[in-house]
Design a protein. Structure first.
Length: 201
């Protein structure tokens, strides 16, 4: 089943949700467990339990396209992924996620990659100054931006540190599960998880 089929068909029970997360998201659960959560704000709110495909060639909503493209090329060169286009954004901070919409916990499925910076809470806000240089006849805007990215200490290691920082985390995967935080479903799933044996992976 895919995305809304899972949530509207009533074919999946609460234990089934727990089993699905443990099975499909095993690499993530091994790193993070059930208590170190990543959050995503979504507007408008969707159904409480969904499987979503990771964005591919995502177009920016708030980031200027020039900044988006330069950043994508820089991440591709340094980490092998166009993290601005081909990733889902998350944060260990419920507050930061809430500023973007209804809050869900996200669980990447299968193998995944991630990238984050200790110094950058939100790339769009942090580097908003860059656009002024992009159209300058006298300044190398792209070069200035690439230098700033290099100094920002981006890393593809230490997911627990990324979660604890509360900063933006870019996650590259095939698909991910979203669980509603605000309606109590996540608490129910976590309580159920404690009462069952985790399936073999």
């Amino acid at each position: 089943m895919r995305i809304n089929e899972i949530t509207t068909s009533n074919e999946i029970t609460l234990p089934g949700m727990v089993a699905m997360i443990n099975r499909k998201c095993a690499p993530y659960i091994r790193q993070m467990g059930w208590n170190n959560l990543l959050f995503r704000g979504v507007h408008p709110a969707t159904t409480p339990f969904t499987i979503n495909q990771c964005p591919v060639n995502r177009k920016p909503k708030d980031t200027y396209i020039e900044i988006h493209n330069v950043a994508d090329a820089w991440f591709q060169k340094n980490f092998g992924v166009k993290y601005r286009s081909n990733a889902v954004f998350a944060s260990g901070s419920h507050t930061q996620a809430q500023s973007f919409g209804h809050v869900y916990a996200i669980f990447p499925c299968g193998n995944f990659k991630f990238c984050w910076s200790r110094d950058v809470e939100d790339m769009t806000k942090e580097f908003s100054w860059v656009r002024a240089y992009m159209y300058s006849d006298t300044d190398d805007g792209q070069g200035k931006f690439e230098d700033a990215l290099a100094m920002a200490r981006y890393s593809d290691q230490d997911l627990l540190g990324a979660q604890a920082s509360g900063n933006e985390i870019m996650i590259h995967c095939n698909e991910y599960i979203m669980v509603d935080v605000e309606d109590g479903l996540l608490d129910e799933i976590k309580a159920m998880q404690k009462s069952i044996i985790t399936p073999d992976n």
